[in-house]
Write a protein that binds this ligand. Structure first.
Ligand code: 1PR
Length: 526
């Protein structure tokens, strides 16, 4: 029996799903005594360091945890579950950690690299461990802005290092107590294998075969599923051309959401994104089929899942009000790792432009506070607006190599809401910058002009936005051939590229994209 320390701060559903998929039973810690009764304890910390410690304190878990650890009983921490073992963290000054490993957690200071460190990276093993007995230089999924540095004081704990700017501790272990900074439950078959080693109490080691001198961060390939109800009332994956999803009056039906997500997981997608494209007009919490899709997908797909659509405050027909956080809570509880905000982010940016700052009440700020910045993605739906000169608009313009209909040599990228139906006086560059200031952790950058065209990503748009922010940017819309992926990575330095149509129609397999990228010298997860 595995005991799960779910202290109610965020989504641990994926850890629970992974444990169950591996055939183990799991029980929840519900009171301090449960910790001391546990046989094997998993602590998948979620959110911010300070919030995690505060919850542990409030629930009376700190002392039993310290006692459990001091007795060298089987413990496996994940992400914040590693960080709280240390004395403290820069993330939450003045908040004491469990003080079990000497040292402080620091924010990444990595120059031009994006923070959070979000994506797939390797680990360099410092020594043998049963946890890594079957590990062969495969990439694992990380998502964090703070990390533990190796120091002489924590030398006896150092099990594995990962390089991101400088080396940090990606795994620690002493005796029966181990913790990892990556997410095994989101690291595909490799992560599940590693988790199994802990769950089964494996204690045999094998000589280290890990030979990396340096670890390499991979570019991510993301499969996107636009989901909506068709005219027959079925929830289907659809795909538009420049956001028009109807063909001969009917909503295009490209398959069933859970089956397609499973297919992309099997084919090597690094992440899966669901966009509930008509949620702007319905109340997403009433959309039980969509929540069910998420639940079922998270039981079988062990890479990060993002869900977007309808994340905003809402009052239902009975007059009951829900905050954007309520909507996000339900998505996280149903298995999402990240939520994506579209239309509401534009309204937030308009407010910011008017007031000169955020007031703490936006969906972005509320959700980032509870679930962490890395859990908040901003989905931008821009459309080009051509002008003759940068002086013709207050917006950020680019000199374009594809002039407008009247030969205009410049354009700006107008944000739209409600799936492209309404243009607003906000440009994609300022939107991305404002959302980063308010706490967003990633930008999903679509292009209405390129969506479904297969003409390649809009490099001018993507270059302008990625230069304006330090958080990761996902390039989206227009992928038609494998070379479009290498082009966007080479030209803009984005962390990830997303495609929909070419994967749904089986025109370009995910494996072909990755093979091509490797041939071009671009790191990917195999
Ligand atoms: O505004 O918070 O309710 O969120 C709605 C979400 O739904 C937004 O993320 C918005 O991008 C998305 N959305 C709304 N309408 C559409 C539509 O297509 N009619 N889909 C839509 C956006 C764009 C991409 C697409 C890429 C790649 N789809 O996600 O998957 O363009 O396509 P390609 O590779 O085939 O070119 P809110």
């Amino acid at each position: 029996m595995i005991s799960l320390l779910d202290y109610g701060a965020g989504n641990v559903r994926s850890v629970r799903n992974a444990i169950q998929a591996l055939g183990f039973s799991v029980t929840d810690i519900t009171c301090p005594d449960d910790i001391l009764r546990a046989e094997r304890l998993i602590f998948p910390g979620v959110g911010a360091f300070g919030a995690a410690m505060e919850r542990l304190q409030r629930l009376g878990y700190v002392e039993p945890l310290k006692e459990y650890l001091a007795a060298n009983r089987p413990f496996f921490g994940i992400c914040i579950g590693l960080q709280v073992l240390f004395d403290g963290s820069e993330e939450s000054p003045g908040v004491a950690g469990l003080g079990f490993i000497p040292g402080h957690i620091r924010r990444f200071d990595v120059g031009s690299l994006s923070v959070p460190h979000m994506g797939w990276n390797d680990v360099r093993l410092a020594r043998e461990s049963p946890l890594f007995a079957n590990y062969r230089d495969e990439k694992l999924y990380f998502v964090h802005s703070y990390c533990a540095a190796p120091t002489p004081e924590n030398a006896e704990w150092q099990l594995a290092f990962t390089d991101y700017g400088a080396p940090f501790l990606s795994a620690v272990q002493r005796g029966n107590i181990a913790a990892v900074q990556f997410h095994p439950e989101k690291s595909g078959a490799v992560g599940l294998q590693l988790l199994r080693q802990f769950l089964a109490g494996e204690n045999t080691t094998k000589p280290i075969t890990n030979s990396l001198q340096q670890t390499h961060f991979a570019k991510r390939i993301i499969a996107c599923l636009d989901v909506r109800t068709n005219d027959a009332g079925d929830l289907v994956v659809t795909k538009g051309d420049q956001y028009d999803v109807r063909e001969l009056g009917e909503v295009r039906n490209l398959g069933k959401p859970v089956e397609l997500a499973q297919r992309y997981y099997d084919e090597g997608a690094d992440e899966i994104t669901f966009l509930n494209i008509t949620a702007f007009r319905d109340f997403p919490l009433a959309d039980q089929p969509m929540l069910e899709v998420l639940r079922r997908t998270s039981e079988r797909v062990f890479v990060p899942l993002t869900i977007g659509g309808g994340i905003r405050a809402f009052t239902d027909a009975s007059g009951k009000s829900y905050s954007a956080l309520d909507v996000a809570d339900e998505y996280f509880r149903s298995g999402a790792d990240k939520i994506s905000i579209g239309s509401d982010a534009v309204a937030t940016a308009e407010n910011y432009l008017e007031c000169g700052n955020g007031d703490g009440s936006s969906a972005i700020e509320q959700i980032a506070r509870v679930y962490g910045n890395q859990a908040v993605v901003i989905s931008i739906d821009p459309r080009r607006v051509y002008v003759n000169s940068p002086d013709d608009t207050r917006h950020h313009t680019v000199a374009t190599t594809t002039p407008g209909p009247h030969g205009e040599g410049y354009c700006w990228f107008q944000c739209t809401i409600k799936g492209g139906r309404e243009g607003r006086d906000v440009d994609a560059v300022e939107l991305a910058w404002i959302c980063e200031q308010l706490g967003a952790g990633e930008i999903l950058l679509n292009s209405i002009d390129r969506d479904g065209t297969g003409a390649g990503f809009d490099l001018e748009l993507i270059g302008a936005v990625s230069q304006a922010v330090t958080i990761p940017v996902i390039a989206s819309s227009g992928a038609g051939q494998v070379k479009h992926f290498s082009e966007v990575f080479a030209a803009t330095g984005v962390e990830a590229a997303l495609a929909a149509g070419i994967f749904h129609r089986r025109e370009v397999p995910i494996a072909a994209v990755k093979t091509h990228l490797r041939e071009q010298g671009i790191e990917t997860r195999v």
